[in-house]
Each structure stands twice: as C-alpha cells, then as structure tokens.
Design a protein around this ligand. Structure first.
Ligand SMILES: [Zn+2]
Length: 264
C-alpha cells in the first residue's frame, strides 16, 4: 500500500481564516503527498558512501548493516494540480510507472513534473530509450541546476543533457524562491548539486537529497555523502533547512528516506 500523508485540514483552515476570509470558490482540499518507492526496498547505504565517518561512530549508531535508505519519488496533489516530484531511476526494476498507474496517473495524462536536482536516480525515469516518458508534462527545473549540468563536460552530465534536450519544448526554468503551480514554494538547498532545490507546500517539505542517510545525518548533519558535490555548501544547506523544518513544524519527505518516506 502506498502511504498517503494528509495535512491537518482543520488547523490549516484556522490559520487561513485568521488571516483572510475564504470565499466559497477557493480550494479547501488539503494537499496530499504519496510516497512512491522506485527501487524495490529495503535499501541500505554502506559506509563507503560516508567515507569521513569514523568506524567508532558508525558502529555506535548501529549502522553495521548500512544506513536504511530508499530510492523514491513523490506524487503531490495540491490546489487541483497533480505533480510528480522527481522521476526515479528508470531502471528495469523501477516501480515508479506502475505505482503511478495504481494512483490513476498514466504517463500521457501527467501534466507537471518538478525536479529537485539532476542526478540519475531522480531524472532517469524521465526518459526511455532517449524518448520522453511523460510526453505531455511540463518539466520544471531550477535554472542554476539546468545551466550547471548543461555546461559540464563530465560523463555524468550526459543524462541531464539528454533530458534537457528531450524536454526542451516543455522545459521551464525557475529561480529559487519562485512559487510554482499548486502553490509549491521552491527553496535553494545548493551543495548536493549546484542547484539542488527543496519544495514546500504548507507543512509538507520535500527535502530531496538533503538527508542522504537520515539515521546518520539527523544527528550528525556535518557528515556528507560522497555524492554531495560541494560539501561545505551542502552542510550549510542541511543545517539551515533542518532548522527551518523544526521551527515551522514541517514534515520532511525525502527521496532517500527509508519507509514510510517521511520524518515528522
Ligand atoms: Zn539521490
């Protein structure tokens, strides 16, 4: 079963009403977000992914089997919009498409995809044999992220470049701080990749790869996975966003959090 996280509608309405009276025409349905585990789990990240963590700490945290993890994406329903947040790996074992079908979303009907960053486990599912998997979707990516990968000459930039090319007629670049359709706020969390972005809708905070290994990094946010491209910036972003989530009592949904895909 897919877990559906529904916001506390009553408290939201109270907040809204105290600020501005609602009219009958305004949507009152609370946003929902569904965890889509793309790689059949359970997954564990081994110590080599966090090379700076001493053996003693790794063992003290009980991580001998690795950090519990997943490769996931999310389906957000907000203000009448249905939005896929990242697209998974697109590997032969990938579950994102059949799970979307179960949720009543087929590749042709999907209209909006928002991308947190352009690593392969987040954008691989956008292409199949070089063709668009979601032919009618508008694809939204942070301009910093898209431009950085477009300018890179390394092999791991090939997939991002292929995605940008395939979706060029439906590609939209946003700036951090913009609010996208569905009332989704975009927040810069640069470091994991040049334009790594987290998304907020009310008390839902989609943190992408900010916590790559939650069982380690919640207590020790100073440790970066080898995948953090700019470790200093990634650590600053992790500290800043975790503080923001705590202060605002947000629920964090992450692409590598283990089941059920969120932390309150
Ligand atoms: Zn990732």
């Amino acid at each position: 079963m897919n877990k559906i996280f529904t916001l506390a509608a009553a408290s939201l309405l109270l907040v809204s009403c105290s600020q501005k009276p609602k009219t009958a025409a305004e949507p009152t349905e609370p946003a929902t977000i569904t965890w889509i585990e793309d790689k059949p789990g359970p997954s564990f990240q081994d110590h080599r992914i966090f090379p700076n963590v001493p053996d003693s700490l790794w063992e003290a945290l009980g991580l001998q089997d690795g950090v519990p993890s997943s490769i996931s994406c999310f389906l957000l329903k907000a203000d009448g919009e249905t939005i896929l947040l990242d697209a998974g790996l697109g590997a032969p074992f990938s579950q994102a498409l059949p799970k979307l079908q179960e949720l009543g979303v087929n590749p042709d009907s999907l209209k909006l995809v928002y991308i947190t960053h352009m690593h392969g486990d987040h954008i691989g599912g956008l292409l199949k044999e070089g063709e668009k998997v979601f032919p009618n979707a508008e694809l939204w990516i942070n301009s910093v992220e898209a431009n950085a990968w477009a300018a890179m000459e390394t092999d791991n930039a090939n997939l991002p470049k292929a995605v940008l090319e395939a979706y060029k007629d439906n590609l939209h670049l946003f700036e951090a701080g913009d609010t996208l359709a569905g009332g989704v706020k975009t927040i810069a969390a640069y470091g994991h990749t040049p334009g790594h972005t987290v998304f907020q809708k009310d008390s839902i905070l989609v943190i992408a790869d900010l916590l790559h290994g939650a069982a380690l990094q919640l207590e020790h946010p100073e440790y970066c996975p080898a995948f953090d491209m700019d470790q200093e910036a990634a650590t600053e972003a992790r500290l800043r966003i975790l503080k923001y989530a705590r202060e605002n009592k947000l629920t964090m949904f992450g692409m590598h959090l283990p089941s059920p895909g969120y932390i309150e």
